[in-house]
Design a protein around this ligand. Structure first.
Ligand SMILES: [Ca+2]
Ligand SMILES: [Ca+2]
Ligand SMILES: [Ca+2]
Ligand SMILES: [Ca+2]
Length: 229
């Protein structure tokens, strides 16, 4: 049998060891907890960069598609990646980026599809018209054509860009879990969109990433490719 004095020492050591473990765990938890916030911010920032790059590739591919086909691609409305066109018109002007048709990535930094809206008159197979003496056969739009898509700095706010032929939206990390009116404007299937600075927290938080096909750039590239006069 162990002497009383030694038994007391062992119990004391055991007790201190458990206490030390508890303190270490507490400190470890605090450190991990303190690191998680900044880590999540950095991860989101990385995902946003990936998404911005992907949208850049989508924009380039849309212009390339226009040079090859004389029109902009229709949206993908049945989630197979292929554009949906029926007869001379797009099935819908609002849907997902037709990633398979364009040969680009299907998903944003949060593994969700990109929203895509196009002006029907740029994507149908009906030749553009309305310009004096320069209506071109086999091209859906003309030098004088304008799109119906508009971008504002908030819902009902100041114009950021107007008369666009096509727009691409990543709904960001929060995607559809949005309650703010500005993000709501990017989800209501109409021709108005909001592009503004990232705003976290609050009732009108905004993490969407929005970019569009610039009308002047599109026309300039069509002219350079000798698709438009
Ligand atoms: Ca499709
Ligand atoms: Ca057309
Ligand atoms: Ca969002
Ligand atoms: Ca809208």
């Amino acid at each position: 049998m162990m002497p009383r004095k030694e038994l007391f020492c062992v119990q004391q050591i055991k007790g201190f060891t458990l206490l030390e473990i508890a303190i270490v765990l507490l400190v470890f938890g605090l450190v991990i907890g303190g690191l998680m916030g900044p880590l999540q911010v950095q991860l989101e920032s990385l995902d946003r960069k990936t998404t911005v790059n992907e949208i850049g590739l989508i924009k380039e591919s849309i212009v390339g598609f226009a040079i090859r086909n004389g029109r902009l691609p229709c949206p993908d409305t049945d989630s197979d990646g292929a554009e949906d066109i029926s007869g001379s018109a797009c099935t819908q002007v609002y849907g997902n980026v037709p990633w398979a048709t364009l040969g680009v990535g299907a998903i944003d930094g949060w593994k969700r599809p990109f929203t895509y809206r196009v002006d029907m008159s740029f994507a149908d197979t009906i030749d553009g018209s309305g310009c004096a003496d320069d209506d071109t056969a086999g091209v859906s739009f003309e030098i004088c054509s304008t799109g119906d898509i508009n971008v504002f700095d908030s819902q009902g706010g100041n114009a950021v860009a107007s008369n666009l032929p096509a727009i691409i939206v990543s709904h960001g990390k929060n995607w559809a879990q949005t309650s703010g009116s500005d993000e709501g404007e990017n989800e209501d299937n109409d021709a108005d969109f909001v592009d503004k600075t990232y705003a976290s927290g609050g009732s009108n938080n905004y993490d969407d990433i929005v970019d569009w096909v610039n009308l002047n750039t599109l026309i300039a590239k069509m002219v350079l490719a000798k698709k438009l006069p």
